[in-house]
Design a protein around this ligand. Structure first.
Ligand SMILES: [Zn+2]
Length: 265
């Protein structure tokens, strides 16, 4: 009898302890998540995008190609951005792209990813991680595929590099759902002059679908042939701030770690 009673008490204890465990809410209880990413270490990111982000208290992810002039010329500014809570992500050292693809005549021979070996790419990634660690002191890192390309002369490098990064961002034009997100090739909406007016529509769709929206900016108010004008950029960020009860605006690293935790449930 006593033994049954003790067993009953033990089971009650286990059940109540389980009930007290905080449940991780999707997107921290908000309807959608938004990650703003800025590629290629452009100086306009520091001069045009960062002041708007900081004035609204929004954090973003900057994918840095370490050898780019906008990286080397502005080391202290990138260091300050990281200290202020923004993420510095790995976008290789020299930004190689697959020159064998159609429309890639602009890719120089030494920067042609289709001629790289895996070992050559790996050492670029390693050097860039070291460079970024010197700026922000961190070892956890996310990655963005240059030009969205995932193959060297030796085939796909996705699995080979995945152990070095919490997640990797591709360029596919889709929202990410928690049930189906591929952390080795996260989808995003690349922005150019033709679609910059649709930024808010994408966010509305993400809110409707409880999805993760990742935005990819290159030029902001200039600085790159793929450009988002200052007005659309500013209005989108102000919209996110105004609707912050519904949108969790965060870095790629934080969003990815959140997805990993949710998938464990
Ligand atoms: Zn790039």
């Amino acid at each position: 009898m006593i033994r049954t009673y003790l067993l009953f008490c033990f089971l009650c204890f286990i059940l109540s302890a389980h009930a007290q465990q905080p449940q991780l809410k999707r997107w921290h209880g908000k309807k959608a998540a938004v990650v703003l990413t800025y590629d290629d270490a452009l100086e306009v990111h520091l001069d045009n995008a960062l002041p708007v982000l900081d004035s609204l208290g929004l954090k973003a992810t900057f994918y840095i190609s370490a050898a780019a002039s906008g990286s080397k010329n502005r080391i202290q500014d990138w260091r300050r951005a990281a200290a202020n809570g923004h993420e510095l992500g790995n976008h290789t050292l020299y930004h190689p792209c697959d020159g064998a693809k159609p429309g890639r005549s602009w890719v120089s021979s030494i920067n042609d990813l289709s001629k790289y070996t895996l070992a050559e790419l790996m050492r670029e990634l390693d050097m860039t991680n070291t460079f970024l660690e010197a700026l922000d002191g961190k070892r956890e890192r996310t990655f963005a595929y240059t030009c969205g390309d995932t193959e060297t002369s030796e085939g796909s490098f996705i699995d080979a590099i995945s152990t070095q990064f919490v997640s990797m961002r591709g360029v596919h034009n889709q929202l990410n759902k928690i049930e189906t997100i591929n952390l080795k090739n996260i989808d995003c909406h690349p922005v150019d002059e033709g679609n910059a007016g649709q930024l808010i529509q994408w966010a509305e769709q993400a809110r409707k679908e409880n999805a993760l929206l990742v935005i990819l900016f290159h030029g902001v108010g200039g600085g790159h042939s793929i450009n988002c004008d200052l007005k659309n950029h500013r209005e989108f960020l102000k919209y996110l701030k105004k609707n912050e009860n519904d949108f969790w605006v965060t870095t790629m690293l934080e969003a990815s770690k959140h997805c990993i935790e949710l998938k464990k449930k």
